[in-house]
Design a protein around this ligand. Structure first.
Ligand code: HMG
Length: 425
């Protein structure tokens, strides 16, 4: 039997011990978890301006998720109840079906120098391409450390978009997210491009639309694994496929469908110290690439299987930014087995697809409220003012009540306090 069995029913200390043993965590990581160490004041004060303190969120674990035949534990930072439970549930079902497969074909970041008032767009375009090798060498000299690591500027492309001539620089950023590398390079070549084109440079900046860092995660679940009754299993699979179709045609649904995917993606992106604004911006743009906003994942029935697929840009880093500064981020990498950027991007895409599967399964069967409210009840109990020893009882009674809301939680709490004071009434 797996050490992770019944993980969520254990105490926090037991969970840390199991994670430390199973994922061979360093003593430092185990200590950081046990003592719940966060970013020290001395570092936090230098990470952002006008610092007043730090802001904590729950750091949780999805115990077992299989990607490309390897089992990982997934660190997640999220405030939302039922996200971790749902991902754990989905990961369990999909592991039985062989787990997720992830693919990534290239990992380049794109930046742009936008020029305007260019007198002859065609002549300018030709001039830039003729000087490509020199411009790339100039870009590389602006950030030599990435070249030493085997990366660097690889290519220039040029496009006219209305009044603008836009020069795109394609850069291999190795293990970094690449914002500083790209911005250094782009600012270095900006004036040269303006001179070459006889135009004016408006700006030089990295693009978060990372179409050359696309990652695909997929899974194939035998339909009979969806329920013990074959008819219910088939109906569930058919309705998950229909839900996927709905997210392709209705942007109102697509936004929520993708929000469900990001419940998982944001949680691991945050835990690994990555830039979630960049990931969100790129992925939502990718969701609109065909002219209207669509669901990022698709589910279809192929033979006797339900097949899910998710593709999105994931410019994920394992170095740079706040990654080396936040002790919990170091623990997250230790839990994940110190993956390289490509591996981590594949894990993250798989988490997104897993989260999406769990949400869709719940939506087309019992509905979202049953599972979500079961777990949300504890948050409502705390909001109502329940003390630690009262939370489980309030949450339990709240789940039996016809309305799972704050008002009901408050009246349950009043009632149990009254009963505790006057037990025989
Ligand atoms: P259930 O059938 O009541 O769960 O589902 P269960 O008690 O039978 O447990 C099944 C498994 O779930 C467990 O397996 C655990 O893996 C996991 P076991 O270990 O018992 O063999 N699990 C838990 N893990 C950690 N802590 C827990 C816990 N409970 C169960 N406390 C469940 C319950 C929540 C899993 C299910 O109802 C579900 O997947 N719901 C979806 C919830 C969800 O997606 N929440 C996100 C918030 S809603 C939202 O923002 C997105 C949405 O709008 C997106 C969209 O529209 O597409 C929905």
């Amino acid at each position: 039997m797996s050490l992770f069995s019944g993980f969520y029913k254990k105490t926090r200390e037991e969970r840390i011990a199991i994670t430390a043993e199973t994922r061979q965590l360093s003593k430092d990581s185990e200590d950081i978890l046990l003592k719940d160490h966060n970013i020290p004041e001395s570092i936090a004060g230098k990470m952002a301006e006008n610092h007043l303190g730090t802001f904590a969120l729950p750091f949780s674990l999805v115990p077992q998720l299989v990607v490309n035949g390897v089992e990982y534990s997934i660190p997640m930072v999220t405030e939302e109840p039922s996200v971790v439970a749902a991902c754990s549930f989905g990961a369990k079902i999909i592991a039985k079906a062989g787990g997720f497969t992830s693919q990534i074909s290239e990992r380049l970041m794109i930046g742009q120098v936008a020029l305007y008032d260019v007198p002859d767009m065609l002549v300018a375009q030709t001039a830039i391409l003729a000087q490509q090798d020199d411009i790339l060498a100039h870009a590389n000299s602006a950030h030599p450390s990435i070249v030493k690591r085997g990366g660097g500027a690889r290519q220039l492309t040029v496009e006219q978009k209305e009044d603008f001539l836009i020069v795109y620089l394609h850069v291999d950023v190795q293990e970094a997210m690449g914002a500083n590398i790209l911005n250094n390079m782009l600012e270095a070549i900006k004036d040269e491009l303006a001179a070459l084109t006889h135009g004016t440079a408006l700006m030089a900046i990295l693009s978060n639309y990372a179409t050359e860092s696309l990652v695909t995660a997929s899974c194939r679940i035998p339909i009979q694994q969806l329920h013990v009754e074959p008819q219910v299993a088939l109906k569930t699979a058919q309705n998950i496929a229909k839900a996927s179709q709905l997210a392709q045609v209705d942007p109102y649904r697509a936004a929520t469908h993708n929000k469900g995917i990001f419940n998982g993606i944001d949680a691991i992106v945050l835990a690994t110290g990555n830039d979630w604004r960049a990931i969100e911006a790129g992925a939502h743009t990718y969701a609109s690439k065909e002219g209207h906003y669509r669901g990022l994942s698709t589910w279809e029935i192929v033979g006797n299987d339900l097949v899910g697929q998710l593709t999105l840009p994931l410019p994920i880093a394992t170095v740079g930014g706040s990654i080396g500064l936040n002790p919990k981020v170091q623990v997250a990498f230790d839990i994940l087995g110190q993956p390289k950027a490509r591996t981590l991007a594949g894990i993250i895409a798989s988490v997104g697809l897993c989260q999406n599967f769990a949400a869709l399964r719940a939506l087309v069967t019992a509905g979202i409220q049953q599972g979500h409210m079961k777990l949300h009840a504890k948050s409502l109990a705390m909001l109502a003012g329940a003390l630690e020893h009262e939370i489980d009882q309030v949450a339990f009674l709240l789940r039996q009540a016809p309305h799972t809301n704050l008002e009901t939680a408050q009246s349950i709490l009043e009632q149990i306090r009254k009963e505790a004071k006057h037990p025989q009434e």
